[in-house]
Design a protein around this ligand. Structure first.
Ligand SMILES: [Zn+2]
Length: 112
């Protein structure tokens, strides 16, 4: 299997999250017209017949694992890559911090 580029992986991951081509284009600062050939390249490289099949194969192969999004791990991965965290990761990080604060409050109440 030809490995997917980071860009192809990112686009396919957004497809997996149910984004439209226009939303993907806006998020990755590219044209909607440029999204289709990228998705088609990912489909071809994975040996899939269409986009849902490509998403399925990508999950099965675990290739989304290094592109994790929507939680604290995804958030810190963005920072390590010197990127601005995506919306999903930003939301995940807020939830993570709120949960941590809640846990700390709980334990200080138990100590008192
Ligand atoms: Zn992210």
């Amino acid at each position: 299997m030809t490995p997917l580029t980071d860009h192809e992986l990112r686009v396919l991951h957004l497809v997996a999250l149910g984004r439209t081509h226009q939303q993907i284009a806006d998020e990755l600062v590219m044209t909607a017209k440029g999204v289709t050939p990228t998705v088609n390249r990912a489909i071809r490289k994975l040996g899939a017949t269409n986009a849902p099949h490509a998403v399925h194969l990508a999950y099965q192969a675990g290739i989304f694992r290094r592109e994790r999004h929507g939680d604290h791990a995804g958030y810190t991965a963005h920072l390590r890559r010197h990127e601005t965290p995506c919306d999903d990761c930003a939301k995940g990080e807020i939830a993570y911090r709120a949960q941590r604060r809640g846990a700390r409050r709980q334990s200080s109440q138990e100590a008192a």
